[in-house]
Design a protein around this ligand. Structure first.
Ligand SMILES: Nc1ncnc2c1ncn2[C@@H]1O[C@H](COP(=O)(O)OP(=O)(O)OP(=O)(O)O)[C@@H](O)[C@H]1O
Ligand SMILES: [Mg+2]
Length: 424
């Protein structure tokens, strides 16, 4: 067997692979990629299917003038029972096929770096893929299949926040009771662990892993909230159509639900949606906002629009006010968002859900806030200020620590190899 193993964090937004040298238990190299896929449009049913991953997917999407299938947040497909497959060109892609493309992309780079085919890995999973246990099991099964397709023969699953905990453990000097809070693109995951610098290379850590929990809310949910509150109004939410003469009704809610979430956008039946919106456009007396909706779908502008949304969200990490602007293909609008507005009107419902979950989690395991020494916050969404404020308010600023928001999970998954392989 190789002396190297891989730690793999397949994330909703970003994925990472870490090479660990099992002889020294140290990280040798890290590879990362945004979890994005782009399949350019094929001209004929027999044409060979090509695809691009990560940053290259964005480049090809722009180069191809957005003609093709752009997919984001495909991790969210894993627990979706009603998703069987999607047809691209002449091929059918199951969830595991889509996910495997990203795993293969990372594995190839690492294998090339080492000059060998490494087949052992610790693969991360959120604490909760889905609250429904059947769907949760389906998600892990699909991730297993993706790993096998990618060429892994020996792999172990580890909870993502436990990964982050093992990374944090390498920074501490004394024993601490730590609540790891990992806020990603898709989920918020919690792990309560007793960490100790002297335990770093031990294999038996079962007793230190006190409690795990998670909720299906993440950065994508905040993007959807921005789209719902600040975007959909420019695409016809609130406009009425006159299907029967003299009777005005709201446009179908599904139009706006579809354009707010990537679970739906990735697999939207655009032809059907275009036909329906075209009809609505007529029934609204050619309302320009409905025209915007049609342009958004017809010109495949979803990713460009969501990039702007994400930019506004990230702006609010550093500034108290931002503008959400979109000016493309004759769609033109500008909205201002203040940090108060963002926390109190836009993402507040999701923030409340996270806080309620956290409190119930602590109560369930009978942990008092005072007993927790440190909150280790990680994941890109941990930078969202109104979210961070919940923790400073509850636990005090001095208890909040952070590290590498994007790679601490992947590194710790690799570090936990000893633990998971000993458990198996
Ligand atoms: N500066 C920032 N301010 C606010 N949010 C940010 C910032 N930078 C990144 N994000 C958000 O962080 C999220 C991505 O974080 P991360 O890479 O940790 O997620 P992930 O690991 O891919 O997802 P998951 O763990 O849920 O599968 C995205 O929603 C992104 O918009
Ligand atoms: Mg993550």
């Amino acid at each position: 067997m190789s002396q190297f193993i891989y730690g793999i964090d397949f994330g909703t937004t970003n994925s990472a692979l870490v090479i660990l040298d099992t002889k020294t238990n140290n990280v040798v190299k890290l590879f990362t990629t945004p979890s994005l896929l782009f399949f350019p449009e094929t001209k004929s049913a027999r044409e060979e299917i090509t695809f691009s991953i990560g940053n290259e997917a964005i480049e090809r999407y722009v180069e191809n003038r957005r003609r093709g299938r752009f997919m984001k947040s495909i991790k969210k497909v894993l627990p979706n029972k009603s998703f069987i497959d999607t047809v691209i060109g002449y091929k059918r892609y199951k969830a595991e096929d889509l996910v495997s493309l990203i795993l293969i992309h990372l594995k190839k780079q690492a294998d090339e770096f080492l000059g060998e085919n490494v087949t052992t890995a610790v693969i991360g999973r959120p604490v909760v893929f889905d609250e429904n246990s059947e769907k949760d099991a389906l998600a892990q099964e699909r991730l297993s299949k993706a790993a096998r397709i990618a060429g892994f023969t020996d792999f172990y699953f580890q909870m993502e926040p436990i990964g982050a905990a093992f990374t944090y453990e390498r920074q501490i000097k004394k024993e601490e009771l730590v609540l790891v809070a990992d806020f990603g693109g898709g989920t918020s995951d919690f792990s309560l662990m007793r960490l100790n610098p002297e335990a770093v290379n031990q294999a038996d850590r079962g007793a230190d892993m006190i409690a795990q929990g998670g909720i299906y809310i993440g950065g994508d949910s905040f993007d959807s909230d921005i789209m719902w509150h600040k975007g959909t109004g420019h695409f016809g939410r609130g406009v009425k159509e006159e299907i029967t003469p003299g009777k005005l009704i709201d446009l179908p809610l599904s139009y706006f639900q579809n354009i707010c979430s990537w679970e739906k956008m990735n697999f939207l039946d655009t032809l059907r949606m275009r036909t329906n919106i075209s009809k609505s456009y007529g029934f609204t007396g050619k309302n320009p906002k409905v025209k915007n909706l049609l342009t958004l779908i017809e010109d495949n502008l979803g990713y460009v629009l969501f990039k702007q949304i994400e930019k506004s969200k990230m702006d609010l990490t550093y500034n108290d006010e931002t503008s959400f602007e979109f000016n493309q293909n004759e769609i033109d609008f500008k909205e201002s968002i203040t940090i108060d507005d963002f926390g109190q009107e836009v993402i507040n419902k999701n923030l409340d859900k996270i806080e309620e979950y956290l409190m119930a989690f602590l109560e369930k395991y009978q942990i008092s806030q005072e007993d927790i020494d440190v909150i280790f916050m990680t994941g890109g969404t941990s930078m969202v200020r109104p979210l961070k404020n919940i923790f400073t308010r509850r636990f005090g600023e001095h208890k909040i620590k952070s590290g590498d928001n994007f790679n601490s999970v992947a590194m710790g998954l690799a570090y936990s190899y000893k633990v998971v392989s000993a458990q198996a």
